[in-house]
Ligand binder design. Structure first.
Ligand code: URA
Length: 195
């Protein structure tokens, strides 16, 4: 089996496990598990926080208003949604879209770790506080992390994986003035992908 086939198989196995997961109480309130989707061989992977109402209903990541803005952000650097992989820290919707809790993040994190291991992107973009802090294993506020490049701590052997922390698209919907910062971050990502 080629390396690419083995990694794809790992992603499918992870999907199969996640889709019946009952590791935390969110499994009792969710409608659908939102595993994430896109190109299993992507150079660029986005990580958001958790599914919202639209995502929970459809089983797909970033399909609501924030998702439409994420699509525009991806297209702004010359890519299509199908070129990248999009996932979340939590695979199930927290009731009323409340913030993820630490024990939920810990229960769910093996799925995201295995997704990243299987996809092996060159660059990870952490959208908002929860994703940026998880990817960089830090408790620093997003205002400090944003725009700074870091390394994905659990990358394992092989090429290091860069992490760009930026604002969450839902934050941009409420604060359009911050779009220019995200554009600056995405230009850095675009350059990294060319290397
Ligand atoms: N917000 C997220 O963080 N993820 C989604 O999938 C949708 C909205």
């Amino acid at each position: 089996m080629s390396d690419a086939e083995a990694r794809r198989e790992q992603l499918v196995e992870t999907y199969n496990e996640a889709s019946v997961c009952e590791r935390c109480p969110l499994s009792e309130t969710r409608n659908r598990v939102v595993f994430g989707s896109g190109n299993a061989d992507a150079d660029l992977m986005f990580v958001g926080e958790a599914p919202g109402a639209d995502e929970d209903e459809q089983g797909l990541a970033f399909v609501g208003r924030a998702g439409q803005l994420l699509t525009k952000i991806i297209e702004a650097i010359g890519l299509r949604r199908e070129d990248v992989f999009i996932a979340n820290v939590l695979k199930c919707r927290p009731p009323q879209n409340r913030n993820p809790e630490t024990d939920e993040i810990l229960s769910c994190q093996p799925f995201l770790e295995r997704q990243i291991e299987a996809i092996r992107p060159t660059v990870l973009v952490g959208l908002g506080k929860f994703a940026a802090q998880w990817l960089l294993k830090t408790a620093e506020p997003i205002t400090r992390l944003r725009g700074r490049l870091g390394d994905y701590a659990a990358a394992g052997p092989g090429a290091p994986i860069k992490v760009m922390a930026t604002y969450h698209p839902a934050y941009l919907l409420r604060n359009p003035g911050a779009k220019k910062d995200v554009w600056e971050d995405m230009k850095v990502v675009r350059e990294l992908l060319k290397e």
